[in-house]
Design a protein around this ligand. Structure first.
Ligand code: UT7
Length: 321
């Protein structure tokens, strides 16, 4: 099976930066509590009237520019989000219009909560196999501040808004992925269209237990399937919910902590956007070099989880021009 090669990434953040001290002015909390329990120091919130799909389109445009790919070469456009502005039109359709992707582009949203970006990479890979175009635009975008209860300190300090996108193509290098779902309507519930809850609600401890159960399984599963060892992997990019969860995965894997990139301090938990936001930060910081191998691993509401092997900007071994 052909593998996933990401050529480049791009991001878009809303303009309102909110520090932990700003959160402490809203609810009874402190920078000390938030940063020691989660690793988060600040996040960004959308302005009034700003939607996740607008961030998705900006991130997508930047990713295309960074990759040197034209909108006409995109055959698949997926937006992973659990906070779409509308049930229809999908965020992906609005991105199609905004970026001038061709009308033949397969465009739809994926809701797998914080595993959404991994689910979307796996889906886009399969769709590219039968696409006449060489590239897919895969975006994670969230406007979580729109569903956050700003009187509930146990959730409101955790989440942030943002979007990041990746341009991917198929490669002859190996593919490996694990994914799963376990229906649960208690631990993490985000309001939908016509559903009763007004705000996102979460049993933090239950989600924490779930995360430390499935994340190591995602990483181990990708290594086992690909026949690679941890030493063959340059970076593991986990969903950026909580530093303590990632520390647990590092300990379980007996791995070098430097391999596990973290940036939740800057953005908070941005759900489906968190993994591509990490990739873009790594790219911008010059950490990613052509031919590197990454494992992306996510977990989230649903419950859902997924891990996938990603090749970074491989030259000369790709299937398409
Ligand atoms: O993207 C996937 C979704 N989410 C996650 O991955 C979240 C997974 N869970 C977590 O990250 C952690 O469970 C949290 C960070 C949400 C909470 O950390 P915790 O160590 O599990 O704290 P806790 O819920 O057990 O609460 C400990 C104490 C409680 O006080 P008492 O009962 O011990 O007096 C809470 O009321 O901390 C209190 N607390 C706070 N205090 C200050 C809860 N939220 C806050 C807050 N500021 N913001």
């Amino acid at each position: 099976m052909k593998g996933i090669n990401i050529l480049s990434t791009g991001l878009a953040l809303p303009g309102r930066r909110v520090t932990n001290d700003d959160m402490a002015a809203m609810v009874e909390t402190s920078d000390e509590w938030i940063s020691t329990r989660t690793g988060i120091r600040q996040r960004y919130f959308c302005a009034e009237g700003q939607a996740g799909w607008q961030l998705a389109a900006q991130a997508g445009a930047r990713a295309l520019e960074n990759a040197g790919v034209s909108p006409h070469q995109i055959g698949v456009c997926l937006v992973a989000t659990m906070t779409p502005a509308f049930a229809t039109p999908s965020a992906a359709c609005l991105v199609q219009r905004q970026l001038g992707l061709e009308e033949s582009t397969l465009c739809f949203d994926i809701n797998a909560a914080c595993s959404g970006f991994v689910y979307a990479l796996i889906t886009a890979r399969a769709l590219l196999e039968s696409s006449p175009k060489p590239y897919a635009l895969v975006i994670g975008a969230e406007a979580l501040s729109k569903v956050t209860d700003f009187t509930d300190r146990s959730t409101c300090v955790l989440f942030g808004d943002g979007a990041a996108a990746a341009v991917m193509e198929l490669t002859d290098l190996p593919f490996a992925a694990v994914q799963g779902a376990r229906g649960d309507d208690q631990a993490l519930v985000c309001p939908g269209f016509g559903s009763a809850p007004q705000h996102l609600s979460m049993d933090g401890r239950a989600v924490f237990r779930f995360a430390v159960e499935v994340l190591p399984r995602c990483v181990d599963g990708v290594l086992e399937q690909s026949g690679l060892a941890m030493n063959d992997i340059d970076y593991v990019v986990c969903h950026q919910a909580n530093k303590r969860i990632i520390d647990h995965v590092v300990r379980r894997a007996g791995a070098d902590p430097a391999k596990f990139y973290m940036n939740m301090d800057r953005y908070g938990n941005t759900s489906a956007a968190s993994i591509p936001l990490a990739l873009e930060d790594m790219r911008a910081a010059g950490l990613l070099r052509p031919g590197m191998r990454l494992v992306c691993a996510g977990f989230g509401g649903g419950f859902t989880w997924g891990g996938v092997l990603v090749h970074w900007n491989v030259k000369g071994e790709t299937v398409c021009d």
